[in-house]
Design a protein around this ligand. Structure first.
Ligand code: THU
Length: 139
């Protein structure tokens, strides 16, 4: 998968879902409204928004709230096949590092991640966004 690409038709609906859910964002502090949509291997779409808090560090990003929602709805075996991120601020918003690590738990390495970049919408394979995720190898 290339680093830059036009929007894959298969991802257009997912991106639209991310844009729509961003309208539900709770972002009274930053006013940066983000939405995320996950395409799951069971054919479902799980969405999430950022939810801020007056204790700023307690804020959860859109991507992580979508993951939490997907697990709650579909159980711990849910798998992510594609991710779309959008914001209503006409800004770049690639998934933050913390969200990449959380996505890593459930996502296929070659899953496309589509997000707003400085120069337009960008699509990257997850493995290129987080090449060396932490993995727990219990002994
Ligand atoms: N935010 C996300 O929702 N996703 C990211 O990947 C980065 C940042 C949110 C958190 C906060 O509510 C706002 O954007 C500004 O940082």
């Amino acid at each position: 998968m290339s680093e830059r690409s036009s929007i894959d038709p298969g991802l257009a609906a997912l991106l639209q879902a991310a844009r729509e859910v961003a309208r539900n964002s709770y972002a009274p502090y930053s006013r940066f409204r983000v939405g995320a949509a996950l395409k799951l291997s069971n054919g479902e779409i799980a969405t999430g928004t950022n939810v801020e808090n007056s204790s700023y560090g307690l804020t959860i990003c859109a991507e992580r709230s979508a993951v939490v929602r997907a697990v709650a709805q579909f159980g711990p075996g849910m798998r992510i096949e594609a991710v779309a991120v959008a914001n209503l601020n006409n800004s770049a918003s690639p998934p933050c590092g913390a969200c990449r690590q959380v996505l890593a738990e459930f996502i296929a390495p070659d899953a496309p991640v589509i997000f707003p970049a400085a120069d337009g919408v960008r699509t990257m394979a997850f493995r290129d966004l987080l090449p060396l995720a932490f993995e727990m190898k219990a002994k």
